[in-house]
Design a protein around this ligand. Structure first.
Ligand code: FMN
Length: 206
């Protein structure tokens, strides 16, 4: 009988048709990040190696695997905006991952509208129901356990302003299921949505 566990050491390869790593650490929220170059060019791109890391102050972060336009813009200006990717915006979000030259705006490419932010100079996506205006706090180049740096940068930013479409506030509570969040799964094309069917409640032990 074959071994019931598939074991591998990532350094030597996973031996599977597709790397299971991001299917296991998933589904992940998507950091749909707008930024602006020093020259003023607008940029918008999805980053699913994204999450929240602190409450007070609220801090979000994403990993740029390779030195990309979004990272360069945030290094230059110190600002970015996170926009919620929803099921209604999924195809537009996907279009914004196109590898286009910095002078081409993914807003135009995907037919999205840049709306002015309040505290930062980077616009938010008007069509998105939730946006966080962020100021860069740290950019950390990652390294392996051997101490050797890899070409991946963790970009962290403080959320300094929040926009929420009022219809998503039910009695003042943000309704995650109603917003139609999309999450990135694994493989080349898997995504998930969140609806009321997935909700269950569990209180912490007293
Ligand atoms: C759903 C989704 C998630 C992605 N997540 C990441 C990620 O976490 N890190 C990354 O470097 N690229 C990620 N990409 C690829 C980038 O979006 C792509 O390289 C894009 O062209 C980068 O744009 P920029 O150079 O304008 O910053 C993702 C693409 C998609 C569609």
């Amino acid at each position: 009988m074959p071994d019931a566990i598939h074991f591998y050491e990532p350094r030597s390869g996973h031996g599977l048709p597709h790397d299971p790593f991001n299917a296991i650490v998933g589904p992940r929220p998507i950091g749909w990040i707008s930024s602006r170059s020093q020259a003023g060019g607008l940029n918008l791109a999805p980053y699913s190696f994204f999450n929240a890391f602190n409450y007070t102050p609220p801090i979000v972060g994403f990993a740029s695997i390779g030195y990309k336009d979004t990272l360069r813009n945030i290094e230059e200006t110190g600002e970015f905006v996170w926009n919620l990717a929803t099921r209604a915006l999924a195809e537009a979000m996907n279009q914004t991952c196109a590898a286009v030259p910095p002078e081409v705006s993914e807003f135009d490419l995907a037919g999205l509208t840049p709306a002015p932010s309040r505290l930062v100079s980077v616009p938010r996506v008007q069509e998105s129901p939730v946006s966080f205006e962020c100021r860069r706090t740290q950019i950390v180049q990652l390294q392996g356990a051997d101490g050797i740096q890899v070409p991946t940068w963790l970009v962290l930013g403080e959320v300094v302003a929040v926009h929420i479409a009022r219809h998503l506030l039910r009695d003042g509570i943000y309704d995650t299921a109603a917003a139609g969040h999309i999450l990135r799964g694994g493989g080349s094309a898997d995504y998930f949505t969140v609806g009321p069917e997935q909700l269950f409640r569990m209180r912490r032990p007293a």
